[in-house]
Design a protein around this ligand. Structure first.
Ligand SMILES: C[S@@+](CC[C@H](N)C(=O)[O-])C[C@H]1O[C@@H](n2cnc3c(N)ncnc32)[C@H](O)[C@@H]1O
Length: 241
């Protein structure tokens, strides 16, 4: 799976924190060994853990999430004419991949382009990535908040979102985002929301709204943001036909 675009780093502040922690732990370990302190062995364990955690995060944001989404989109067996919406599309990692699978469809991405959530996040960067991946002709980008979607009811056959809904502070706001996502889904439409928090919360909102086949499942180590305690889960649902 080779990608021609440039997709930045998710929550760059978190990765910087992990790398800084690893560097500090390594320096402390070397100093403690030089001084002959027994605590050096404990520091060595901390350093190893910090390095592994930073490496795991870097792998997920640059390769792992792409591999997982590639598998997830393949499983959907799209017919190629779907209207797709990506909530919080950022620089278009999932958006452009989905657009590659719907040669007769359209893919819309909506975002507030917050650079704290993804490095270099900007509508222009996403447009450049759509061009680089050869899908710009079927991609629409909209600046907006996923809690209030500027689309008609039932406008999309497939609703996607990756690591975006958790950025909304407060359960009420996230409930609004999931309710909006369900509103714009066409009868028979499918929803796939990947997130590293609140999966069960999204699922219970969807069940309340009448969605069918609502499930929450773990997406495995390739989607760990630093370790298993920051693993990502996929919420799936379908709107009755
Ligand atoms: C970690 S990035 C993930 C981007 C992209 N889905 C990906 O996987 O590469 C989270 C994205 O959610 C967007 N976002 C956060 N809150 C939002 C909101 N209320 N409405 C729309 N987008 C939002 C951010 O601007 C950012 O692009």
């Amino acid at each position: 799976m080779s990608r021609r675009g440039s997709y930045g780093v998710d929550a760059p502040g978190a990765l910087i924190g992990l790398v800084a922690g690893a560097v500090i732990a390594l320096i402390a370990t070397v100093a403690a060994f030089a001084a002959g302190w027994w605590i050096a062995w404990l520091l060595l364990l901390c350093a190893a853990y910090s390095v592994a955690s930073a490496a795991c995060y870097a792998h997920t944001t640059s390769r792992g999430k792409f591999a997982v989404w590639s598998d997830e989109l393949a499983k959907l067996r799209l017919d190629g004419a779907e209207r797709v919406l990506d909530l919080g599309c950022g620089r278009g990692a999932v958006l452009t991949m989905a657009a590659g699978l719907v040669p007769r469809g359209r893919v819309t991405g909506i975002d507030l382009w917050r650079s704290v959530d993804q490095s270099g996040n900007a509508e222009e960067a996403t447009r450049r990535n759509a061009e680089a991946e050869g899908v710009s002709g079927r991609v629409d980008l909209v600046t907006g908040d996923m809690r209030s979607l500027p689309f008609e009811d039932g406008s999309f056959d497939l609703l996607l979102s990756s690591l975006a809904v958790h950025n909304i502070p407060g359960g009420e706001g996230r409930e609004r985002a999931i309710t909006e996502a369900y509103r714009v889904l066409a009868p028979g439409g499918r929803l796939r929301v990947a997130d590293f928090q609140h999966g069960e919360e999204y699922a219970s909102v969807l069940r309340r709204l009448g969605a069918e086949d609502v499930t929450v499942r773990d997406l495995g180590w390739r989607f760990w943001y630093g370790g298993p305690w920051f693993g990502t889960r996929m919420v799936s649902a379908r709107r009755p036909a």
